[in-house]
Design a protein around this ligand. Structure first.
Ligand SMILES: [Zn+2]
Length: 322
């Protein structure tokens, strides 16, 4: 009801502004809505602020027409979405430090979608575009701005922070295997980064949070945690192929989906795998059930998105309307 009133009042307000009715009428509507006057006033203020904003820069405008691309955020753990060539040119080949970069053809341009590691130093960076029969090799420069992530202090079982000697070999074996998994490259035109969140729930820990475990500084949080009870369905955020399933020391029961061109997603602490390695999965398809296996303080989903081998902010792949 409240929302309905708000929406109706906002619609009326906008139409009032459009038809240039007198300010008296706006004052009247504030009086009519009584306790909602403050909200309405705030809405009016924000409307005026929005109206005064400059028009979107060309890159952002072009991206708005390319819904299959993630949002551009040039910070450690973010993504640089770069114009590489006109869409009419042959497909360019792009690398950063020798690692292949996803290149997507849009309506007007070829775009390079570059995952920026959390460890990247803010400042100038670049990607290399290989020569084609139509164009010489080029370097595309971009700037990475600093970002300060919050700090989270956690107390965990000692064995999970300082693993006992007998599991060191297991951890090393799994780490080598997962490094290979994460370097997977499958070229396809079908990669679509317009993801839907794999499970809905309270976001209990965001990406990039600096972690202090039992008083010791550790690697920052490489994913997004969703607090959900054991047995909650986990669905594919986009189309892809199941790349790996396993039961690992840190991540517990885990599953990787390969969405193509170095875009991978990982689900940790599962109670059950539903999809199998090699399965082609569609967006919204059930792939696993959540749990609290591996290094977890309780049942939740840990969701990581990898791009060109590095973990990036998963929320850049989600529509802001979700
Ligand atoms: Zn997590």
């Amino acid at each position: 009801m409240r929302r309905k009133l708000m929406t109706r009042s906002m619609q009326r307000r906008k139409s009032n502004l459009r038809t240039r009715l007198s300010s008296l009428r706006v004052t009247q509507s504030i009086a009519v809505f009584g306790t909602r006057a403050l909200v309405l006033t705030c809405a009016l203020v924000s409307f005026h602020v929005e109206a005064k904003l400059p028009s979107k820069p060309p890159v952002e405008r072009a991206q708005a027409q390319e819904p299959q691309l993630p949002r551009d955020l040039r910070v450690p753990g973010g993504i640089a979405v770069l114009q590489v060539a006109p869409a009419s040119a042959p497909k360019p080949s792009v690398t950063r430090d020798g690692v292949s970069i996803w290149v997507k053809q849009g309506a007007t341009h070829w775009w390079a979608v570059v995952g920026l590691p959390l460890s990247i130093t803010p400042g100038p960076h670049s990607v290399a575009v290989a020569a084609t029969p139509m164009a010489a090799a080029q370097t595309i420069h971009f700037d990475v701005k600093p970002k300060r992530y919050p700090v989270q202090k956690l107390t965990l079982n000692k064995a999970m922070v300082d693993p006992p000697a007998e599991v060191i070999e297991r951890i090393e074996r799994e780490s080598a295997h997962l490094k290979t998994v994460r370097s997977r490259w499958r070229e396809t035109d079908a990669t679509n980064a317009a993801f839907v969140i794999p499970a809905k729930g309270r976001l209990s820990s965001r990406f990039g949070v600096a972690r202090v475990l039992n008083g010791q500084p550790r690697a920052p949080h490489a994913g997004l945690d969703v607090a959900i009870p054991t047995g909650t369905p986990i669905t594919a955020p986009g189309d892809g192929i199941v790349l790996d399933v396993g039961d690992y020391y840190y991540c517990g029961k885990s599953l990787y989906i390969d969405h193509g061109n170095g875009l991978l997603t990982l689900y940790c602490h599962l109670s059950e795998h539903i999809a199998k390695v090699g399965d082609a999965v569609k967006q919204h398809q059930l792939v696993a059930l959540s749990g609290g296996t591996g290094r977890a303080t309780g049942p939740h989903l840990h969701w990581t998105v990898y791009l060109n081998g590095v973990s990036v902010e998963p929320e850049l792949f989600l529509s802001t309307k979700q």
